[in-house]
Design a protein around this ligand. Sequence first.
Ligand code: CTP
Ligand code: CA
Length: 235
Amino acid sequence: APGPDAAGRLAGLTMTISAGGTREPLDPVRFLGNRSSGKQGVALALAARDAGAKVRFLAAHMEVPAPDGVEVVLVETALELRAAALHAAADSDVVIMAAAVADFRPADVSGTKIKKRDDAADPVIALVRNPDILQELVEVRDAASHGQLIIGFAAETGDAEGDVLEYAQAKLRRKGCDLLVVNHVGRDLVFGQDTNSVVILSRTGSEPQEASGSKSDVAAAVIDRISVELNRVVP
Ligand code: CTP
Ligand code: CA
């Protein structure tokens, strides 16, 4: 059911939101996956829906159910998500890539279950790069030169060569999206948790905006920022 904001700041807009983690098959029973729960994407979809937007929800593997009141497209792999995203984005005003997309997939998918054998060496899994969906969405948008707003999420860890924000600024420039919502990940931090702490970076170089709290608090902050970017509210 529509929530409190149904009259809504985002009324009349179509938003595509991807969520969850892709799974890349190795054989009929095995895959390479990641720890994304889909919770942040679900929170975003609910906030967008409640702000009056029509939501296309592209769900890779999630540990929580997809939200009600949105159009749900189930996907498994990065290549499936890419096809669904390009299709859904074609007539969307806003695209949010909250899904954790596998950077690589197994080069070969065995049609039958991989068996262990005593007369052969243990298998080595060769990987190939998946396409960068976010970057492709930006390229398509720029070629069509329409005013679509594209938002990425970045899971970053700092290391000896740079801190989280430095890596995130570089990622924002590389991807060319309008906003990048950055969170600091560790094994037990963020993935699967109910709370989140993010910084929203903008391509236009405005001050980084911090948001934290529950995943719905973060979603509300992202949706507020989208409303501002689209001039749906006075900042
Ligand atoms: N993304 C995507 N397609 C991919 C990989 C990532 O669309 N093949 C999107 C994610 O959905 C997210 C953003 O790009 O919105 C950033 O993802 P992230 O994994 O942080 O960036 P990468 O470019 O993959 O960089 P890294 O090597 O740090 O993983
Ligand atoms: Ca990645």
